[in-house]
Design a protein around this ligand. Structure first.
Ligand code: FES
Length: 105
């Protein structure tokens, strides 16, 4: 199995409590910084494809502004409504000053 760490942002460019759009291989992602931890997830809401950058970051959750669906960034699980569509998340690692997406194949 191979592993690649792909840098997508500098740590300094993502303040605590904020989200930032990045691109990886043509896919639109968001990075979030919460309590010194970083998360990456698909920018498009899995419900009806609204832009989650317009959503609210609330602790380890992001809430879509379109219909209020709420996703746990640590798992991608839809918490509101329970059993709703899963948010696709990607593993993140920090290497030096860079936030990297970890890709395995
Ligand atoms: S499009 Fe995000 S909750 Fe409906």
């Amino acid at each position: 199995m191979g592993v690649s760490l792909v840098p997508v942002s500098r740590v300094d460019d993502l303040l605590p409590g904020k989200m930032k759009p990045v691109e990886l291989g043509g896919r639109q992602l968001l990075l979030a910084h919460v309590d010194g931890r970083y998360f990456a997830f698909v920018r498009e809401c899995p419900h009806e494809a609204a832009d989650l950058q317009m959503g609210e970051l609330d602790g380890y959750k992001v809430r879509c502004v379109n219909h209020g669906y709420c996703f746990d960034l640590t798992t991608g699980e839809c918490q509101l409504p329970k059993g709703g569509p899963q948010l696709t998340t990607l593993p993140v690692e920090v290497r030096g000053e860079e936030i990297c997406i970890r890709l395995e194949w």
